[in-house]
Design a protein around this ligand. Sequence first.
Ligand SMILES: *Cc1c(COP(=O)(O)O)cnc(C)c1O
Length: 423
Amino acid sequence: MNTSKSARLFEKSQKRIPGGVNSPVRAFGSVGRTPLFIDHAKGSHITDVDGNTFIDYVCSWGPGILGHAHPEVVEAVQKACADGLTYGAPTEKELKLAELIHEAMPSVEKVRLVSSGTEAVMSAIRVARGYTGRDLILKFKGNYHGHSDGLLVKAGSAALTTAVPDSSGVPASYTQNTLVALYNDKDSVQELMARYENRVAAIIVEPVAANMGVVLPEDGFLTFLREITQQQGTLLIFDEVITGFRLGMGGAQEYFGVKPDLTTMGKIVGGGMPMAAYGGRKEIMDMVSPVGPVYQAGTLSGNPIATTAGIVTLEILKQHPEYYTDIEQKAGRLAAAFRERAEKTGEAIWVNQVGSLLSAFFTAGPVQDYDSATASDTKAYADYFGRMLERGIYVAPSQFEAMFVSAAHTEEEIAETCRAILG
Ligand SMILES: *Cc1c(COP(=O)(O)O)cnc(C)c1O
């Protein structure tokens, strides 16, 4: 495979952009390679600047549930552009997207549109603190909620693979209100909630953890979080930036039947444009300025182009409930191929899958939390990554990211991918 143009661009980019990339995992550092520079993408395929085309299972880390450059989304965006790129004033489109979100997730009675998942989570936490009058928040080791200061404590995602437990540049005083419990470990939550009784503003959780690889909540874990928060007047925040509109229109809260007080969304909700959202019960959201005392604002919040992409994407998903069963079944076939490989070769491979999200961990497993996820052999993952790339398949360049299946992946492409997995 010729990747000379990518290599040249990477070298030049490193001179002007830190690490040559605008988000660390893109640098391919954890698989010991140089990144591919992308020229274009269509449907389930992504093509680099050297003309290599791959079946794409990164899907821009989640937004691409319909595949790349869906014609209806692209057409609507192009049309919206002609009407002006941004106004800084309310539009009917924002109302429409808010209504679509509420319809999909009834717990989101009121919603604010923002520009990134990081911003959505940061804002939801501010609202939770404003509403409860408490400072502490509780998060889980290995859950990732964006890169805001108070949450960069033992964060997952790229911070995990690059073995940086915290980030430099975050004052200790900014994280002293963050408590860290263990995912799927009720006792660790119970202990912190007892020690800081009636002082925790919110528990924030990825209802399906997808930034330490995919890790499912154990039976009863989310219900337990719902109950313990209710007992102490603590808010429950579901970070559905990945799971929202991914596990079904209603996200993880519908899938597992647990209703949070606040929800953060991103990725799919912007249909591939920079857009995210946070929302929840109306009396909580009415804390937000200009109604209430919690300040939050954004020049490009509810941007008409991003809002258009979000509306069209959600409308297509709403019209095609069969997409969800289809992508879940396809992800199931990929998961089965990994298990078959493990059986045939004797390699230690553990697969977690839910809906169209899956991860193959190079460890004997089971993988149910941060420690069992990070027991994976990242060198074995890097070898697998290289093998897949050679066979024309683009998977996440890190053990600790999800594999995403989109509605654009065909039966034949899934079969081809299964053959590549089996080697
Ligand atoms: C991606 C992600 C974020 C951060 O979103 P950005 O748009 O990258 O800022 C937050 N939470 C979860 C669960 C995510 O997967």
